[in-house]
Design a protein around this ligand. Structure first.
Ligand SMILES: NC(=O)c1ccc[n+]([C@@H]2O[C@H](COP(=O)([O-])OP(=O)(O)OC[C@H]3O[C@@H](n4cnc5c(N)ncnc54)[C@H](OP(=O)(O)O)[C@@H]3O)[C@@H](O)[C@H]2O)c1
Length: 343
């Protein structure tokens, strides 16, 4: 038996990828529906070898579907997810709207699959921020073995993390710079082509950004609130694939060899770590792949029990669409699709 699945935001970076991954993972789909904004009604998107046409969300009857994969803004999700969840289907949401709601599980299936048990409270499940998703997949097996005390992360985040407008801006600026000269930034606050921007999201009062705060808040919710995590988020002129330089301090001894072995066994992780020119992964190589790649694993001699590592993944996949479809699969395996919302 398959499910009736709706993808909201189906014309976007993440929504299109969701349609691809539903097919790639062979999620049991009986019927598929694409929804986007009013301007996209009738726009064609692909699902396997079929074309489907976007419908108007205002006219769509959500009581007729089992699963909704949503990838629009936080404001949109705040308005729509509760209504949809009450109408029947489970909503798996990619925005930041529900991640810290205590009645909404925030799930990375390799990390905290059992938290799906309370999904029926609102019939909403949140997907983490793209940078958090790949980070926690790599941290969890190390935390289970040696207890993480503190993590220092610097991110190198691709422009696709800012949606299709972000990708267009890098493309247009890169082309224009050699012909028309520099163009005015629109999506990003400064020029992104041939540059890096040490700012993503919005400033908070303490000088950090909300993107940075998402990473520690979400890590606390999914792994352990005792982990101290500090982060600098940086946008780089890469189309797809987020990278992270990660420094970890452990409570207990864990050296680079044992960490490498643990990560080799960890679900969702691929270790590529040799000390030669091909012995590490760059974002380009992560594009279109499922894995969280870990490279450059090495002891940190400035700490009693410390490691450095390099973590790379396709932000549109593990950071968003793949994780969402994996959550749907987890619900399917545990027979949790079709529950009524409790509230
Ligand atoms: N990109 C990432 O790496 C990533 C990772 C994790 C989470 N997320 C989150 O996922 C969400 C979507 O990101 P994205 O990168 O896919 O953005 P995007 O490429 O800009 O796509 C946005 C999608 O939302 C649709 N949309 C906008 N307003 C709508 C409305 N009023 N009603 C219905 N649909 C509407 C758009 O449809 P139209 O084409 O019709 O405008 C489009 O399909 C965001 O909340 C983002 O923060 C993104």
């Amino acid at each position: 038996m398959g499910y009736r699945v709706a993808v909201i935001g189906a014309t976007g970076n993440v929504g299109r990828e969701m349609l691809v991954i539903l097919e790639e993972l062979k999620f049991p789909v009986d019927a598929i529906f694409a929804l986007a904004s009013r301007k996209s009604v009738g726009v064609e998107v692909n699902f396997g070898d079929k074309s489907i046409f976007c419908q108007d969300i205002e006219k769509f009857d959500f009581s007729t579907v089992d699963v909704v994969l949503m990838s629009v803004s936080g404001a949109f999700s705040k308005e729509w997810s509760p209504k949809i969840g009450k109408a029947g289907p489970i909503v798996i949401d990619n925005s930041s709207a529900w991640r810290m709601d205590p009645d909404v599980p925030l799930i990375v299936p390799e990390v905290n699959p059992d938290d799906v048990s309370y999904a029926s409270r609102k019939n909403i499940i949140a997907n983490p921020n793209c940078s958090t998703a790949q980070l926690v997949v790599a941290l969890k097996p190390l935390h289970d073995r040696a207890k993480i005390k503190r993590v220092v992360v610097s991110t190198y985040q691709s422009v696709s993390g800012a949606g299709k407008e972000g990708m267009d801006e890098l493309w247009d600026q890169t082309k224009a710079i050699y012909s028309l000269g520099p163009t005015e930034p629109k999506k990003f606050p400064k020029q992104i082509a041939f540059n890096v921007i040490p700012f993503i999201g919005a400033f908070k009062d303490d000088g950090y950004t909300d993107e940075e705060a998402k990473m520690w808040n979400e890590t606390h919710k999914m792994i352990d609130p005792a982990i101290k995590l500090t982060v600098t988020c940086v946008r780089v002129p890469v189309f797809v694939g987020h990278s992270e330089a990660v420094n970890i301090e452990f409570e207990n001894a864990l050296d680079e060899d044992e960490a490498r072995d643990l990560l080799r066994e960890a679900p969702g992780v691929v270790v590529v770590d040799r000390r030669d020119d091909k012995g590490y992964i760059t974002p380009k190589e992560s594009q279109g792949e499922f894995a969280v790649y870990v490279s450059r694993i090495r002891n940190d001699p400035t700490l009693d029990h410390g490691l450095n590592m390099w973590v790379v993944s396709d932000n549109l996949r593990k950071g968003a669409a793949l994780n969402a479809v994996q959550i749907a699969q987890l619900l399917h395996e545990r027979g949790l699709i079709g529950q009524k919302a409790l509230t």
